[in-house]
Design a protein around this ligand. Structure first.
Ligand code: 13P
Ligand code: SF4
Length: 308
């Protein structure tokens, strides 16, 4: 029988060998399984990962994340092969809006500027004026021209947060992240009582009543930077559980307490060492956005990257 760590070591050896042979780079989101984060060349949030994809000289990008992230890489790098080790790794929030639904809404609000959270399909991005990530939503909304309606899709909670931070009124699509919706204000209240010195950081996809109780509202990349710089010994973390691996690894002297053990994104956990190896071996499943959609979506993604 092969021991777990022996079989992991063999998988990792195979991944590293194929990665060299294929001239590939492995990008992983902060919510990936710990062992997948550990074999990645770069681990980050959606904005950082799309910036990395746009800059890399590798011929192949293995995207350890969900479909919209691999699509964003395809939008930015049409000449590279983008692999998503499990093609079923979607995003429940991104699936709450279709291009057809958005076109219908745009007809009800002709002239509105459409701001689209990057957690959306390439087709929805192609119908939008500008994209944003959790790290850049406030900045992007702040810079929109006055005098036009703003339609924010698909995350009502991120939209609500950006609206309160900027004072800009927005029409909100009623989407949400089921994983972040599992974090309840009672969880934060209880943990604050148990750890009175602890700082509370939450993701802007959380419910407004959870955001109201936080010390900081940050993207996952922002949380990693906050964890490094804070003087607090304890941090209560209101986002998907996968990030705890990176926070603990980078800050062994600090304590990270998940706001809710329920906050697990099942799609993010579909990527494993096994399917990363298989994907590099087979050079599949490939994610490729059709050119007509890509060009229209790219205009919105480029505007997002300009603001940074
Ligand atoms: P970040 O861009 O903050 O990593 O968020 C991505 C995401 O899917 C959050 O649920
Ligand atoms: Fe989508 Fe939520 Fe999973 Fe992020 S955590 S990928 S928003 S379902």
């Amino acid at each position: 029988m092969i021991e777990g760590s022996d079989s992991d070591a063999r998988l990792i050896e195979g991944i590293l060998r194929l990665k060299r042979e294929r001239n590939a780079i492995i990008l992983a989101h902060n919510y990936q399984l710990g062992e997948v984060q550990d074999i990645a060349d770069f681990v980050g949030d959606s904005l950082e990962l799309s910036q990395k994809a746009a800059q890399t000289s590798a011929a192949v990008i293995v995207f350890c994340g969900v479909l919209f992230m691999a699509e964003t890489a395809s939008i930015l790098c049409p000449d590279k092969k983008i692999l998503l080790p499990d093609i079923h790794a979607g995003c429940a929030m991104a699936d709450m809006i279709t291009a057809e639904g958005l076109r219908k809404k745009k007809k009800e609000h002709p002239g509105a500027t459409v701001v689209c959270y990057v957690n959306s399909s390439a087709e929805v991005k192609a119908e939008s004026d500008v994209c944003c990530t959790s790290a850049s939503a406030v900045n992007i909304v702040e810079k929109l021209p006055e005098g036009r309606e703003i339609l924010f899709v698909p995350d009502q909670y991120l939209g609500h947060y950006a609206s309160t931070k900027t004072g800009r009124e927005m029409i909100l699509w009623p989407g949400f992240c089921p994983t972040h919706a599992r974090i309840k204000s009672q969880d934060i209240v209880r943990l604050k009582q148990e750890h009175p010195e602890g700082k509370v950081v939450v993701h802007p996809e959380c419910r407004p009543e959870v955001i109201a109780l936080a010390d900081e509202v940050l993207s996952t990349g922002g949380m990693c930077r906050f964890a490094r710089s804070t003087m607090a010994a304890e941090v209560i973390v209101g986002t998907e559980l996968g990030i705890i691996h990176r926070l603990r690894k980078e800050n062994p002297d600090k304590r990270f307490i998940p706001a809710s053990e329920q906050a697990v994104c099942p799609q993010m956990k579909l990527i494993t060492l096994e399917n990363v190896l298989w994907s590099l071996d087979e050079m599949a499943p490939e994610v490729k956005v059709p050119e007509e959609i890509r060009l229209r979506a790219k205009a919105a993604v480029d505007k997002m990257l300009e603001v940074g």
